[in-house]
Write a protein that binds this ligand. Structure first.
Ligand code: FES
Length: 172
């Protein structure tokens, strides 16, 4: 049974006061709830937000399934989203993702490594094409201008950090 923390509840209630319609607060509330639910939006998260926000669960689910930044399955501590659209794809984004997944111990996309640290997704253009290939870890700032060697180093650096967030590994 999922419930927002006290701070999370306060956050969502405050979001509800910021817009003309309650629906406008759904995205930011989903972000908060996802963070508090180990990185994914479960049916319980949707139900709880529906009760807290006074919005039908179907509307919240619609938003959560439309946007790729909301995970529909549990993910590892580090959800690594590798851009594989045109520019990143042409400059090695797919190979980068495959190499990093191998290093992390993930046999396929969406699978979490046995140590619980890594889950990989290939995502559409993240708007940083001039620094391709690039990726994003959780909601942290982009990690850009990568190659396979840097990708392996990134996985190793994140593994060394354990569950402490991806901050500080950007400048590899
Ligand atoms: S194609 Fe990868 S950021 Fe645009």
């Amino acid at each position: 049974m999922f419930k927002l923390s006290e701070a999370g509840l306060k956050y969502v209630k405050n979001e509800l006061t910021r817009y003309e319609t309650k629906q406008s607060a759904i995205i930011r509330s989903l972000y908060r709830a996802q963070e508090e639910n180990n990185g994914w939006v479960s049916p319980e998260v949707i139900q709880h937000l529906s009760e807290v926000m006074g919005i039908p669960a179907a509307q919240i689910e619609e938003v959560s399934t439309f946007y790729t930044m909301f995970n529909k399955e549990p993910v590892g501590k580090y959800h690594i989203q590798v851009c594989c659209t045109l520019t990143c794809g042409m400059l090695g984004g797919r190979e980068l993702a495959d190499t990093m997944m191998k290093e992390a111990g993930c046999a396929k996309l969406g699978e979490t490594s046995k140590d619980g640290l890594f889950t990989f997704s290939k995502v559409e253009c993240l708007g940083s094409c001039d620094t391709a290939p690039m990726l994003q870890v959780n909601r942290d700032p982009y990690i850009e201008s990568l190659d396979e060697k840097k990708g392996i180093e990134l996985v190793k650096a994140l593994r060394a950090k354990g569950g402490q967030g991806a901050g500080g590994v950007k400048e590899l």
